[in-house]
Design a protein around this ligand. Structure first.
Ligand SMILES: *Cc1c(COP(=O)(O)O)cnc(C)c1O
Length: 341
């Protein structure tokens, strides 16, 4: 099987397993775990923020950020395709009492300053008021789009002029930075907080980082406890996370593999595949008269795994467990499957 369903399917390397076994640990709820503390310090430094907190998942990181930044009854301003809106089970509403104002931020999912101004709402007797602006980079549902620093800066600065905090869902922040040759700290310079995942392209088995100011992280640690994310000897899962931070540069291989996959699939009659910015390849099979569900089954039958991403869209995600040769093989297998339709 060539598993391209997600970059979360990667299995921990021997080095990660050894790091887990050998990690110095303590009770992290007592702030006693040296490995967690090391990971948090390294992660904060990497993104140029004062502090960071290790969380079990990207979803929990985003949800904690919303809870700390905004008050119940306020609005969160997000792109209509944002992960926090589409795929976090309505958490903003249920966990933080927020009303989500989702608007179409365009093909690349990066709100312009004009859009931020247009959709921001000032609190009044009748109006909830915007309590948070959420950005996403890379933008998953928009096809792994890498949003340039200038666009993140412009949206964030506008939000700040309006007095609203900005959280960046950077589950794949380093994919964006590698694709754009941008320093991670520069990329998040103007947002207040950032979440990034260790468990996606970087290959760790578990965990994400939520970074921000010291005051923010102090609050975030409390909310993490409240959400059930206080962990004990978490150094066992933080240690592979530290190893994962060495995998930032190699994301470039995933991006190159994604381009090869996209080019190959685009050459197949009936399939249309734009050149990806990063490691997410979105295949449109409408011209072949094949729904995403049917296409996924077709691919599955020949040993290539992807996931439906809309009625006629299917997502393939290159990752650290899939080699260049396997990507080329996947193209050949899918071509045969489509032709024998
Ligand atoms: C995967 C993802 C998340 C959530 O991360 P989990 O660890 O799966 O909870 C959040 N935002 C984006 C853009 C993602 O792709």
């Amino acid at each position: 099987m060539i598993d391209l369903r997600s970059d979360t399917v990667t299995l921990p390397s021997d080095e990660m397993r050894e790091a887990a076994r050998d990690a110095d640990v303590g009770d992290d709820v007592y702030d006693d775990d040296p490995t967690v503390n090391e990971l948090e310090a390294r992660a904060a430094e990497l993104v140029g923020m004062e502090a960071a907190v290790f969380v079990p998942s990207g979803t929990m990181g985003n949800q904690i950020a919303a809870r700390v930044h905004a008050d119940p009854g306020q609005e969160a301003l997000v792109d209509v395709e944002a992960h926090v809106y589409k795929w976090e089970v309505g958490g903003f509403a249920q966990l933080s009492g927020l009303q989500v104002r989702a608007f179409d931020a365009g093909e690349r999912g990066a709100p312009t300053p004009e859009q931020v101004r247009e959709h921001a709402r000032e609190e009044s007797l009748h109006v909830a008021g915007t309590g948070l602006v959420c950005l996403e980079n890379t933008h998953n549902a928009r096809g792994g789009v890498a949003i340039p620093k200038a666009d993140i800066d412009a949206a964030a600065e506008t939000a700040h002029e309006l007095g609203m905090p900005v959280h960046l869902d950077g589950a794949r922040l380093f994919n964006a930075c590698i694709a754009l040759d941008e320093d991670p700290a520069a990329m998040v310079e103007h947002v207040d907080t950032v979440m990034f995942c260790l468990s996606k392209g970087l290959g760790a088995p578990v965990g994400s980082i939520l970074a921000g100011s010291e005051a923010f992280v102090e609050q975030a640690v409390r909310v993490r406890k409240q959400f059930g994310g206080g962990m004990r000897q978490a150094g066992l899962i933080a240690a592979p996370g530290l190893v994962a931070l060495d995998n930032v540069e190699r994301l470039d291989d995933d991006h190159e593999n994604a381009r090869i996959l996209a080019d190959g699939l685009d050459d197949i009659e009936g399939l249309s595949v734009p050149t990806p910015d990063t490691n997410i390849v979105v295949v449109d099979s409408e011209a072949a008269g094949v729904t995403a569900q049917e296409f996924v089954e077709l691919c599955d039958d020949v040993g290539v795994l992807g996931g439906p991403f809309g009625e006629y869209h299917t997502r393939f995600t290159t990752n650290l467990n899939v080699s260049r040769a396997e990507v080329k093989e996947a193209v050949e297998l899918v071509a045969k499957a489509v032709q024998s339709q």
